[in-house]
Design a protein around this ligand. Structure first.
Ligand code: IPM
Ligand code: MN
Length: 364
């Protein structure tokens, strides 16, 4: 019997609520496949710091290194706002990504039929939106040394640096994905200002030569920020560095209508890491209204990328869309066509599960 071993890191704020819903969806699939799932929960972020611990406790890291995949909820808590970045809950997540070595962060942005009405762009355009942001996750400005802040002198500094091999490996992932998609890579940089972006272009072009069937386009990040929203249909695979990818993916969430819908997979390291793109949303934590779709879709990505269960991943996506088509949604989504009141996390997840059962029956 196939065994799946997971580490679940619910983290802070709405993290526990959305991971719970996502695990319920996962178990529908695994039960049907006859897989045995073992998962243990570990603290990260503020949840690990409340008792005086580190944002990434050693036992959590050890557990993550020993499993097939990690499912993370969210990290962050306003009680840590006064702390320096290196001591905040998010430092736990940044250390985890780094230790696992997952350098490729995949953030799909696809507007399904049921979601088109919530999009910031026109429904016709929204329906043509299907892009994959490939964000470099293990380097760049997030991790560059030296870094520091001298408050007395009034000086602060961070370092942006990328080596050829770091650019090569992330570009290769993007081109491989593009080949399976619509065959286009848009590489985003700031080559009119930054030396790092110039090496980025050189290496991306080298990789492109090995993919004659994939079209490559370069775009400056400022222009891309606008184009992705104005003409999302022109983008397929979007390749970019750590910081630009962070910013552009939140921007692209406007195409979906809510950040709560975005999922992510971080791959290429020793353990794959899956997490919704949204944060811990402390303002609504514990009230049972968070959108679990980002976490649910992250589980779909886990099934696809770590366990090779593509059909099951598609079934989850279809189930979710069937729920949206009926107008059911959580309160983060709003449209003038809404006729019913928004629902809570659990209630919404139950509907997805019902649809998923139907979907899985139809595919078996
Ligand atoms: C994200 C988040 C993180 C990032 C934070 C929480 C460190 O914004 O996953 O996009 O900046 O990478
Ligand atoms: Mn972000």
């Amino acid at each position: 019997m196939t065994e799946i071993n997971l580490a679940v890191l619910p983290g802070d704020g709405v993290g526990p609520e959305v991971t719970r819903a996502a695990l319920d969806v996962l178990s529908v699939v695994t039960e049907r496949k006859g897989y045995r799932v073992f998962w243990e929960q570990w603290p990260i972020g503020w949840a690990a710091m409340v008792d005086g611990g580190e944002p990434l406790p050693e036992e959590t890291l050890k557990a993550c290194l020993a499993v097939d995949a990690v499912l993370l909820g969210a990290v962050g808590d306003p009680r840590a706002d006064g702390l320096p970045p290196s001591e905040r809950p998010v430092a736990g997540l940044l250390q985890l990504r780094r230790h696992l070595g997952c350098f490729a962060n995949l953030r799909p942005v696809r507007v399904s039929d049921g979601l088109a009405r919530y999009s910031a762009v026109k429904p016709e355009q929204a329906r043509q939106t299907d892009l994959m942001i490939v964000r470099e996750l293990a380097g760049g400005l997030y991790y560059g040394e030296p870094r520091g802040l001298d408050e007395e002198v009034g000086r602060s500094w961070n370092t942006l640096s990328y080596e050829r091999k770091e650019i090569h490996r992330i570009a290769t992932i993007a081109f491989d994905l593009a080949r399976d998609r619509r065959g286009k890579v848009t590489s985003i940089d700031k080559a009119n200002v930054l030396e790092v972006s110039r090496l980025w272009r050189i290496v991306v072009e080298e990789v492109a030569r090995e993919y004659a069937d994939v079209e490559l386009e370069h775009m400056l990040v400022d222009r891309a920020a606008m184009e992705i929203i104005l003409c999302p249909e022109n983008f397929d695979t979007v390749l970019t560095d750590n910081l630009f990818g962070d910013i552009l993916s939140d921007g692209a969430a406007a195409l979906l209508g809510s950040l709560g819908l975005q999922a992510s997979a971080s791959i290429g390291g020793c353990t794959d890491l899956y997490e919704p793109v949204h944060g811990s949303a402390p303002d609504i934590a514990g009230s049972g209204i968070a959108n679990p779709a980002g976490a649910i879709l992250s589980v779909a990505m886990m099934l696809e990328y770590t366990f090779g269960l593509r059909a099951e991943a598609r079934a989850i996506e279809r189930a979710l869309d069937r729920v949206y088509v009926t107008g059911c949604r959580t309160s983060d989504l709003e449209s003038s066509e809404d006729v019913t009141a928004p629902m809570g996390t659990r209630e919404f997840a139950e509907l997805v599960i019902d649809q998923l059962e139907t979907e899985l029956q139809a595919t078996s």
